[in-house]
Design a protein around this ligand. Structure first.
Ligand code: 4AD
Ligand code: MG
Length: 439
């Protein structure tokens, strides 16, 4: 019967058989060490020539990296390392002898690793990161169901844009132009009129020609939408969700975090502490007055502008906790956000971006939505969007309009932050970037 490396702590002293791959091999004279991985974990099989038959010894002593094999033996505790287990082999059977493996002999740059992503996936870092991705996904699904949401899938091919129109990928849809979804939000807003609270989870696309370590062309977004929620309730829910994700991560992904050598001090702290909440104006003021950014001139553009990468990173560094930045100038935000005029006469959106600390940047964008039919229609017209194609969306404001809010979480940005990896390309199995569509 097949056993799994992840269960070794419960199998000490027992004879087991694992099936997997030798990610590293070493042999000298009468002993061979097979670094084995089986999908569930990593272990070392110790093969002593005098303890195994001739065929087993031949396989073990001449194995190539990434050869697939079946190893039988007894599980033992590592003589020196606490919580580490080994397999004292009694039999080694070859499934397939791998050709010379291109990864691992020397240090490789990211281009090489991502040109060979199909193989690079087998390495420890991707193993840990992508398992954390799966855990985050699962925590979100659980959280929303506990909170009374249903999963409401939204279309990938859409006739209109949800966010900035410069970021659209166009598709030829039976000779009519269509667009790849930037976010399922507008459909979620229709969904809550039937179900109250919905979320979707799927791939979305951003065509901006951005080459930073925070941008993917194809990413996975979770959009949540809630009827009868104002912006304060919206942020409370987001905070609760992030705390839940991090708590699960710390409890369930110990091995993965260890592989990534992730310092979890801040993650542990944020589970119990309230997140920071600042307005856009307050955040800009702090950045300026405390000299947290390199900027020297602070004109109107500074006060009216979006938060730059540098500014977001500086806020995260200052507070060492997630920071909600609220009330951005409406002009730089999306058409559907509810507006208000502040005491200085600036028209602002009832919105918040959630900035993750440790250079995590913006992981969530959310807002209260404009529920008034006339105001929303006017905004669509003012932005020169094709009104006719938004008519179905405006129906949500025509037939029983209610106060509502929602948010979108970028899965890869979130996972990048949680794992502490440098580039967002590490956090999705096969990244799509400005300069990469393969493999
Ligand atoms: O802030 P965004 O653009 O918000 C929306 O699309 C809303 N319609 C969501 C909603 O309210 N339902 O995107 C949401 C999140 C960002 O905070 C970021 O984490 C991620 O999606 N994101 C990206 N991640 C990687 N690469 C990109 N190019 C991204 N663009 C957005
Ligand atoms: Mg945003």
């Amino acid at each position: 019967m097949q056993s799994f490396i992840k269960d070794f702590s419960t199998l000490i002293g027992q004879a087991v058989t694992i099936q997997g791959w030798a990610y590293n091999v070493r042999s000298s004279g009468s002993i061979a060490f097979l670094q084995m991985r089986d999908g569930s974990g990593f272990t070392q099989a110790v093969v002593v020539k005098s303890n195994v038959d001739e065929v087993s010894w031949a396989v073990a002593s001449s194995a190539t990296i990434e050869s697939s094999m079946i190893v039988t033996g007894m599980v033992t505790k590592h003589p020196k390392q606490e919580g580490v287990y080994e397999l004292q082999a009694t039999q080694v059977e070859l499934i397939q002898r791998a050709e010379e493996y291109p990864i691992g002999k020397k240090e490789h740059g990211p281009d090489f690793l991502f040109d060979n992503r199909d193989l690079y996936l087998r390495s420890k870092t991707p193993w840990a990161v992508l398992r954390i991705r799966d855990r985050v996904y699962f925590s979100i699904e659980q959280f929303f169901h506990e909170q009374g949401f249903i999963r409401f899938d939204t279309p990938i091919i859409q006739p209109t844009s949800c966010e900035d129109t410069t970021q659209l990928f166009t598709v030829n849809y039976y000779d009519t132009p269509g667009y790849l979804s930037q976010s399922g939000q507008l459909y979620g807003e229709a969904g809550i009129m039937s179900f109250g609270k919905v979320y979707d989870f799927g791939p979305v696309f951003r065509a901006e020609k951005s080459k930073t370590r925070h941008h993917l062309s194809e990413l996975w977004m979770m959009d949540a939408e809630m009827a009868f929620f104002d912006q304060a309730m919206n942020m409370d829910l987001q905070e609760k969700m992030i705390k839940r994700i991090v708590k699960d991560l710390l409890g369930q992904c110990v091995e993965e975090l260890k592989i990534l050598e992730r310092d979890t001090t801040i993650l542990q702290r944020l589970v119990h502490e309230p997140f920071v909440r600042l307005t856009h104006a307050e955040a800009k003021k702090i950045l300026k007055e405390e000299n947290l950014i390199t900027k020297e001139t602070f004109d109107d553009t500074y006060w009216q502008d979006d938060m730059s990468t540098e500014e977001e990173i500086a806020l995260g560094n200052k507070f060492q906790l997630p920071v909600f930045v609220q009330d951005y100038p409406a002009e730089i935000k999306s058409f559907y956000m509810k507006r208000f005029t502040d005491k200085d006469g600036v028209v602002r959106a009832r919105c918040a971006d959630l900035i993750a600390p440790e250079e995590g940047r913006e992981i969530i964008g959310g807002s209260q939505r404009e529920e008034d039919y006339e105001l929303l229609k006017k905004e669509i017209i003012d932005r020169h969007y094709p009104l006719q194609q938004y008519e179905w969306y405006l129906n949500t404001r025509k037939y029983g309009s209610v106060m509502h809010s929602g948010f979108g979480l970028g899965l890869e940005r979130t996972v990048r932050w949680l794992c502490g990896v440098h580039h967002v390309r590490e956090t999705i199995p096969f990244p799509r970037l400005l300069n990469r569509m393969e493999p």
